[in-house]
Design a protein around this ligand. Structure first.
Ligand SMILES: Nc1nc2c(c(=O)[nH]1)N[C@H]1C(S)=C(S)[C@@H](COP(=O)(O)OP(=O)(O)OC[C@H]3O[C@@H](n4cnc5c(=O)[nH]c(N)nc54)[C@H](O)[C@@H]3O)O[C@H]1N2
Ligand SMILES: Nc1nc2c(c(=O)[nH]1)N[C@H]1C(S)=C(S)[C@@H](COP(=O)(O)OP(=O)(O)OC[C@H]3O[C@@H](n4cnc5c(=O)[nH]c(N)nc54)[C@H](O)[C@@H]3O)O[C@H]1N2
Ligand SMILES: [Mo]
Length: 758
C-alpha cells in the first residue's frame, strides 16, 4: 500500500460515535461559552416537563419527561445560546459593518449574544442602539408605504408556535402570503409529496413504533450529528436485533457504530453497538432508482410467493397500484443499477428483508429532500411502505427527520405561502378581516423577487436567510438593494450585516431564557417531528434586560404598522394563553390547547394515516409513478460529478460552533472536498491536492476555488463539501420543480487541480 501524504487537519477517526469523545466535546463547549457553575444546571433542565425544549433538533423525547438525555449537540446548541459572551453597542460603535463582514460566520456568532435593539447608521457604517418604539414606528411607516406583496416575511424554524402564529396573522392582515421559510430549503419535498400519497405532510410514527418495529430503512440522514437523541432509539433497536439498513453515499460513523453515553456498561468498557446491519453507499441522487429497484424486486418475490404484498390493504385503502406495477415492470435493471450505483442483488436483498418484516419504518432526511427529484423520491418511499400496508399499524410508518426544533409547528400554525382555503375562512371568521388568497413567495421566489427589485422589504423572524440560500454572488447584493430589512435574532450573522437602505436588528429571548409578561412567567409551545405539541419555558436570566420575546417583537411591529388592526396585539402578548386560544379557534387539532399543554408530555396532533384515514381528494392513499430513472444521465455524463453539501459535526446550519468534524476526521478546517479514491484518480488528483470546482449546469457557471480534496469513503461519482461555504456552487434556480427546494445535494460539477496550486 502506498503511504498517503500528510494533510494538515486530516486524521482518520477510528472510534465509535458518541462515547467519551461526546462527553469531552460537551465539556469543551461549556468551557468555551459558559460560566461553569451555570452550565450543568441549565443542561439538566433541557427537555424536562417544567423546563425548555432543546433548540437543537426536532426529535421527540419519551413523553417529554424522561430523565435527562445526554446529547452532545443539544448541549452545544444550549451553551451557544446561554453563552456569557455579549455584543454590546460600545463594541458595535467601534466596528464598522464593512469590517464585521470580513469576519467568518463562526467569528460573527462567537462574539456572543446581542443586547440592544439596533438600527443601521449609514453615515458611520455602524449599528447603533435604538429605542424599541422608535424602531417599530419607523418600520410601520415604511411598511405602510409599500404594496404588501413587495414585502417578504421569512421564518426560521426555531420560532415558537405563538410567535409564528402572530407573525402570519400580522402579515395576512397587512395583506400578503409571502412566507418564505426555512422549510422551503429543507423538508418541502415532504410537505408537497406526502399529502399526495397519504393525505398529510407529516411523519406517521411515534417513539413507541420504534420499540415495536421489525426493520428500519434509514435513507439520507446523519443522526449522529443532526439528531443525536435518535441514536439512543437506533441503539435500542439494534440491540433488539432489528435490522437497520442504511442508504448513504458517505460512510457516517454514527450509522456504523455508536457508544451510548446513557449506557453505563458501554461507557465503562469502551464498548459500542453496531447500528447499520447493512450499509449501502448509494450514489447521491440515486435513491429514487434504488427505491424502484427494491419495489421491482418485491414484485418479483410476490410473483413467486404471493404473500409479499398486503393485497387487502392495497385493495381497501389505495389507488394507482396497477400503474406503479406497470412502471416497475418496465424499468430496466441496468438503468436502476447505473443510477443508484447499487447492484441488483443488493436491492433484492433489501426487498427480501422488507418482505420478511411485519412492521417497517423508513426514516429519511436531507439526503432525500434536497434533490431535484426530492418530491418524487418522498412519494416513492410512501409507495414502498404502502405495498405492505406499513401505515396505521404498530411499529410501522414513515419518519421524515425534521430540521429545526419547531419547523413543523410553524407550518401547522400558518407559516405557508400556499394557505389552505379553510384556514383563511377561519381567520376571517375569527378576526373579521379578509386575508389574501393569492399564493405568496417561497424562499427561492422571495430571493428572486429581491434580485429583480420587485421585493422592497424583508422581515426575518430568526435565521440567516441570505447565507442559507444558494448562490451568494446573487443573494448577497440583493439584500443590499432592499429599502428595509428587519431581523429578529439572538446573535449577529451575515444576513444582518448585508444592510439595506434601512436595517434593524432586534435581539430576542432564546428558549433557555425566562419570559415574563405582565409579571407572569410565560411558556411557549413547539411541535416535534412526531406531531407532539408541548410547552417550553426558559429559566435563565435573559442575556440583557433590553431583550424582548419574539411574540412581543412581532406584536410591536404589527401594532405600529396597522393602526386599525382587528387584533388586540398587546393583550395577546400579555398572556400567551390568549394566543393559544386563537390558535385553537382557527386551526383544527388544538381543542383544549391550554389545558392539554399543561399535562406533562403535551399532546399529539391528529394524524389520520395512523388510523388508516386518508385525507386525499379521493379518500384513498395514492401510489405514484416516477418514470425518470435515467433522465439526468445527460447532466452527469463524462467527468461531471455530483456535489453534495453537508453539515459538519460542529455546526448548526449556518451557525458554526467550531471548525472540527470529528467523526469524519477533519480538524480545525472546513475547506475540504470529500472524494472517493476512484474519483481522485479519474481526475488525476491525489489526497491533499488543492482543487477548483465549477458547476456544469446550463447557464452561468459558479466556481469555488482553492479547496483541498481529501480521500474519503464516499460513493464514486458523488463528492461532498460543507454547507454554507459550498453554497457558492449551488445555482439559485436549480430546484426540485415540484417543491421549489434548492438541489443542495445534487449539483453537477467538474473538479480540476487548482490554478492557485501551481
Ligand atoms: N447539530 C446539528 N443538528 C441539526 C442541524 C445542524 O446543522 N447541526 N440542522 C438541523 C436541520 S435544519 C436539519 S434539516 C437536519 C438535517 O439533518 P440531515 O438530514 O442529517 O442533514 P445533512 O447533514 O445535510 O445530510 C444528511 C445526510 O445525507 C447524506 N446524503 C447526501 N446526499 C444523499 C443522497 O443522495 N442519498 C442519500 N441516501 N443520502 C445522501 C449525507 O451523506 C448526510 O449523511 O438536522 C437538524 N439538526
Ligand atoms: N448548501 C446548503 N444550504 C442549505 C442546507 C444544506 O444542507 N446545504 N440546508 C438548508 C436547511 S435544511 C435549512 S433549515 C436552512 C437553515 O436556514 P436558517 O434557519 O435561516 O438558518 P440558521 O443557520 O438555522 O439560523 C441561524 C440564526 O438564527 C438566529 N437564532 C438562533 N436562535 C434564535 C431564536 O431563538 N430566535 C430567533 N429569532 N433567532 C434565533 C441566530 O441569530 C442565528 O444567527 O439552510 C438551508 N441551506
Ligand atoms: Mo432544515
Amino acid at each position: 500500500m502506498t503511504v498517503r501524504r500528510e494533510v494538515p487537519g486530516i486524521r482518520k477517526y477510528d472510534g465509535p460515535a458518541g462515547g467519551w469523545g461526546a462527553l469531552r466535546a460537551t465539556a469543551q463547549a461549556i468551557h468555551l461559552q459558559m460560566e461553569k457553575i451555570k452550565a450543568p444546571i441549565t443542561l439538566l433542565r433541557t427537555n424536562q416537563p417544567d423546563g425548555f425544549d432543546c433548540p437543537g433538533c426536532a426529535w421527540p423525547d419519551k413523553e417529554h419527561r424522561s430523565t435527562f438525555q445526554f446529547c452532545e449537540n443539544g448541549a452545544k446548541a444550549v451553551t451557544w445560546e446561554a453563552t456569557s459572551k455579549r455584543v454590546r453597542p460600545e463594541f458595535l460603535a467601534q466596528n464598522t459593518v464593512s469590517s464585521l463582514l470580513a469576519r467568518s460566520d463562526f467569528e460573527l456568532e462567537d462574539m456572543g449574544r446581542l443586547t440592544h435593539p439596533l438600527a443601521y447608521d449609514r453615515d458611520t457604517d455602524t449599528f447603533r442602539a435604538v429605542a424599541w418604539e422608535d424602531a417599530f414606528r419607523r418600520i410601520g411607516e415604511i411598511l405602510r408605504s409599500l404594496p404588501p406583496d413587495q414585502v417578504e416575511f421569512y421564518t426560521s424554524g426555531r420560532a415558537s408556535n405563538e410567535a409564528a402564529y402572530l407573525y402570519q396573522l400580522f402579515a395576512r392582515e397587512y395583506g400578503t402570503n409571502n412566507f418564505p421559510d426555512c422549510s422551503n430549503m429543507c423538508h418541502e419535498a415532504t410537505s408537497v409529496g406526502l399529502p399526495q400519497s397519504i393525505g398529510i405532510g407529516k411523519g406517521t410514527v411515534s417513539l413507541d413504533d420504534f420499540e415495536r418495529c421489525e426493520l428500519i430503512l434509514s435513507i439520507g440522514h446523519n443522526p449522529g450529528t443532526n439528531h443525536p437523541r435518535m441514536m439512543g432509539t437506533l441503539h435500542e433497536a439494534s440491540r433488539r436485533n432489528v435490522p437497520i439498513i442504511v442508504f448513504n453515499p458517505l460512510r457516517e460513523r454514527a450509522l456504523e457504530r455508536f457508544a451510548d453515553p446513557q449506557n453505563l456498561v458501554e461507557m465503562a468498557t469502551y464498548g459500542s453497538t453496531r447500528i447499520a446491519s447493512t450499509y449501502f453507499q448509494v450514489k447521491a441522487g440515486g435513491d429514487a432508482a434504488a427505491l424502484k429497484g427494491i419495489m421491482k424486486a418485491l414484485l418479483a418475490l410476490e410473483a413467486e410467493r404471493s404473500d409479499v404484498l398486503d393485497r387487502a390493504f392495497i385493495e381497501a385503502h389505495t389507488e394507482g397500484f396497477d400503474a406503479l406495477a406497470a412502471d416497475l415492470e418496465a424499468a430496466a435493471w441496468p438503468d436502476i443499477e447505473r443510477s443508484s450505483g447499487l447492484a441488483r442483488e443488493a436491492l433484492e436483498q433489501v426487498a427480501a428483508a422488507y418482505a420478511k418484516s411485519n412492521a417497517t419504518i423508513v426514516t429519511y432526511g436531507m439526503g432525500v429532500t434536497q434533490h431535484n427529484k426530492g418530491t418524487a423520491t418522498v412519494r416513492l418511499i410512501a409507495d414502498l411502505l404502502l405495498m405492505r400496508g406499513n401505515f396505521g399499524k404498530p411499529g410501522a410508518g414513515i419518519c421524515p427527520l425534521r430540521g429545526h426544533s419547531n419547523v413543523q409547528g410553524n407550518r401547522t400554525v400558518g407559516i405557508t405561502e400556499k394557505p389552505p382555503t379553510d384556514f383563511l375562512r377561519q381567520i376571517e371568521k375569527v378576526f373579521g378581516f379578509e386575508p389574501p388568497e393569492a399564493h405568496g413567495h417561497d424562499a427561492v421566489q422571495a430571493m428572486e423577487a429581491m434580485i429583480d427589485g420587485s421585493a422592497k422589504a424583508l422581515i426575518c423572524l430568526g435565521g440567516n436567510f441570505a447565507v442559507a440560500l444558494p448562490d451568494p454572488a446573487q443573494c448577497f447584493p440583493a439584500m443590499k438593494k432592499l429599502d428595509l430589512s428587519v431581523h429578529v435574532g439572538t446573535k449577529l450573522n451575515r444576513s444582518h450585516l448585508l444592510v439595506a437602505k434601512e436595517t434593524y436588528v432586534f435581539p430576542c429571548l432564546g428558549r433557555t431564557e425566562l419570559d415574563v409578561q405582565a409579571g407572569v412567567r410565560q411558556s411557549i409551545t413547539v411541535e416535534d417531528s412526531m406531531s407532539m405539541v408541548h410547552a417550553s419555558a426558559g429559566k435563565l436570566a435573559p442575556a440583557s434586560e433590553h431583550l424582548r420575546s419574539e411574540p412581543a417583537i412581532v406584536a410591536g411591529i404589527a401594532q405600529a404598522t396597522l393602526p386599525d388592526s382587528r387584533v388586540p396585539w398587546m393583550d395577546l402578548v400579555a398572556d400567551y394563553d390568549r394566543i393559544r386560544d386563537l390558535i385553537e379557534q382557527t386551526i383544527p387539532g388544538f381543542e383544549d390547547f391550554n389545558t392539554r399543554i399543561r399535562m406533562p408530555g403535551g399532546f399529539r396532533l391528529p394524524l389520520p394515516p395512523t388510523e388508516r384515514r386518508w385525507t386525499t381528494p379521493s379518500g384513498k392513499a395514492r401510489f405514484s409513478v416516477y418514470g425518470g430513472v435515467t433522465e439526468d444521465a445527460n447532466l452527469f455524463a463524462g467527468d461531471v460529478l455530483r456535489l453534495v453539501t453537508i453539515r459538519s459535526h460542529d455546526q448548526y446550519n449556518t451557525t458554526i460552533y467550531a471548525l472540527d468534524d470529528r467523526y469524519r476526521g477533519v480538524f480545525g478546517r472546513r475547506d475540504v472536498l470529500f472524494m472517493s479514491e476512484t474519483d481522485l484518480a479519474a481526475c488525476g488528483l491525489e489526497h491533499g491536492d488543492l482543487v477548483d470546482i465549477e458547476t456544469a449546469t446550463p447557464g452561468r457557471p459558479l466556481r469555488l476555488e482553492g479547496i483541498t480534496a481529501i480521500a474519503y469513503d464516499i460513493a464514486p461519482g458523488s463528492i461532498a463539501a460543507y454547507y454554507p461555504e459550498a453554497n457558492a456552487l449551488v445555482p439559485l434556480d436549480y430546484i426540485d420543480e415540484e417543491s421549489g427546494t434548492p438541489s443542495y445535494k445534487s449539483v453537477p460539477v467538474r473538479v480540476t487541480r487548482s490554478a492557485a496550486a501551481a
